[in-house]
Design a protein around this ligand. Structure first.
Ligand code: PMP
Length: 510
């Protein structure tokens, strides 16, 4: 086996950072400070207009409830060594690697990581909670819960606008979260990171602003058949408003984008292609990089919906090169009500402002108002400061585990779960693309999807049943609804076995 020393060293470094999280070093020791103020307790000179990142912040006691408990349970030497990093970065797309050669799942420290998630210790209907509704929302680690609590205990203030200590701390925390986002998705600049309410708001912002100039009546917007309603309805609304044409890229019978059809649709009339990186209904991983390259070659801009990809695989926007990228905090172990819209620098200043109000302006007079450049232009009013900070903590947590490790572990778990579900008589998996992440949509002969969901809930197993806000793709496969377990890195083989057992119990009632 070829071991890449650089990768192992990188992984060792990450393990050390992970240990810092788990065993109680300060979780909030990075921050930025606004200007003009010297913080007496740190000596940091703060810059109100151009906050810097990574100044040490002594306001946080080291450790926290989660860390203290974990310290009792384990030590660094007990942490298994990750060995996934030696595998190629495009792991998911290596179709010809035999399963037997994949790394053992046992090396991923899932049991240690699960302890960071207090809710995973819950019991539901007398059974340990099995959370398999991760595509709807993910659970939150202690470091996120604590970080939000610390914000309200120690830092709470409005940002950017006041000349006092707490404004400096809050601005530090908020801008440092923006930098965490930038680094997590490898954007070129934190100026490209706009905090929004979530994926839905991000796509609506893009539809609104592109519809105010860039898109004209008769221009085509391509979306795929896989899209969530959040990436369909805003474009329909724009069609009503300005008369764009909405054209749908079909998928093949496995649930993958029909690339031949896509190529033929990419005419000079297409001004935007907006599509999902991972389908929430089927789990299909679309060939995003190729699709983006083709769209750009045809002269169209691209919006990539990352709502279901960010928690499952490394994201490198400088490699993918979309013009827009959106995701929601709550689907990546962060809080609800906060999300990210990435707008590539070249497009950023072409777009008109969206909502008007405080924060987004440079100068206001009754006869004329000028706007900020960059992300500030799209962040009118007081944003969701505390939850942005919580999202930053979630992304730092993931970074310390390593998204390559997470992707590799989850890939194994998905293969295992697929095999287990296939063994259940009458179960049909909906969505059989070769490249999939997290999602296992299915139907079970003789049982309504709702009754399957209820039965699983009685066994403490949370799955989603319904149309998953993606009716067109389910109808493409002749379904109105499915049962949808969806995995995250804290799920285990044992939980999949419980899912299979519960389904066997149900069909024994046939
Ligand atoms: N796109 C996809 C692919 C999704 O899965 C979701 C959420 N299910 C959304 C968009 C909308 O996300 P939110 O509700 O967080 O805005």
């Amino acid at each position: 086996m070829n071991i890449n020393i650089d990768n192992l060293q990188a992984e060792e470094f990450r393990l050390q950072q992970l240990a810092n999280y788990l065993f109680g070093q300060s979780r909030a020791s990075v921050g930025t400070s606004p200007s003009g103020i010297r913080l007496p307790d740190t000596g940091n000179v703060v810059n109100m207009k151009a906050p810097q990142t990574a100044l040490p912040d002594p306001h946080f006691p080291s450790g926290g409830s989660g860390a203290t408990d974990l310290a009792k349970l384990s030590t660094l030497s007990q942490l298994p060594i990750f060995d996934y990093m030696q595998y190629h970065q495009d792991y998911y797309f290596l179709k010809d690697r035999p399963v037997a050669q994949l790394p053992e799942m046992g090396n991923f420290p899932v049991d240690v990581l699960r302890k960071e998630f207090p809710i995973l210790q819950e019991y539901v209907n007398g059974r340990p909670l099995v959370w398999l509704d991760n595509a709807a929302t993910t659970q939150k680690p202690s470091c996120v819960i604590e970080r939000i609590s610390q914000f309200y205990r120690k830092e709470n203030s409005n940002i950017h606008r006041a000349a006092h200590q707490l404004a400096a701390r809050a601005t530090d925390a908020y801008e440092s979260a923006r930098e965490s986002v930038r680094s997590f998705i490898n954007a070129g600049s934190s100026n490209e990171i706009v905090f929004v309410r979530g994926t839905t708001e991000g796509i609506n912002l893009v539809a609104y602003t592109l519809g105010a100039g860039y898109l004209k009546s008769g221009d085509q917007v391509l979306i795929s058949n896989l899209e969530h309603h959040a990436n369909i309805v805003p474009w329909q609304q724009l069609r009503e408003r300005i008369g764009i044409e909405l054209v749908v890229i079909p998928v093949d019978d496995s649930g993958q984008i029909d690339m031949e059809a896509y190529k033929n649709l990419l005419t000079s009339k297409v001004k935007l292609v907006s599509f999902v990186q991972v389908s929430n209904a089927l789990g299909t991983i679309t060939p995003a990089k190729k699709m983006i390259q083709w769209a750009h070659a045809a002269g169209a801009k691209v919006l990539l919906d990352g709502a279901q990809s960010v928690s499952h695989m490394p994201i490198d926007l400088q490699e993918l090169k979309p013009d827009f990228f959106v995701f929601s905090g709550h689907k990546v172990f962060g809080p609800t009500g906060i999300g990210v819209l990435y707008i590539q620098n070249d497009t950023l200043d072409e777009l008109p402002a969206w909502q008007g109000g405080g924060n987004m302006i440079r100068d206001v007079r009754f006869d004329n108002t000028t706007y900020q450049n960059g992300h500030a232009r799209f962040e009118a009013g007081t944003g969701n400061i505390a939850d942005a900070v919580g999202l930053g903590a979630a992304l730092e947590f993931l970074r310390t585990i390593g998204m390559h490790s997470i992707a590799a572990y989850e890939h194994q778990l998905l293969l295992y779960a697929t095999e287990k579900l296939k063994q259940v008589p009458g179960l049909e998996i909906i969505g059989k693309a070769a490249d999939k992440a997290s999602v296992l949509s299915f139907t079970l002969a003789d049982f309504s999807n709702e009754s399957v969901g209820k039965h699983l809930d009685e066994h403490g197993i949370a799955v989603r049943t319904g149309h998953h806000c993606a009716q067109p793709i389910l109808r493409r496969f002749g379904q109105e609804t499915t049962v949808r377990p969806s995995l995250a890195f804290y799920n285990t083989k044992e939980e999949i076995d419980w899912l299979q057992d519960a389904l066997f119990k149900l069909i024994s009632q046939r």
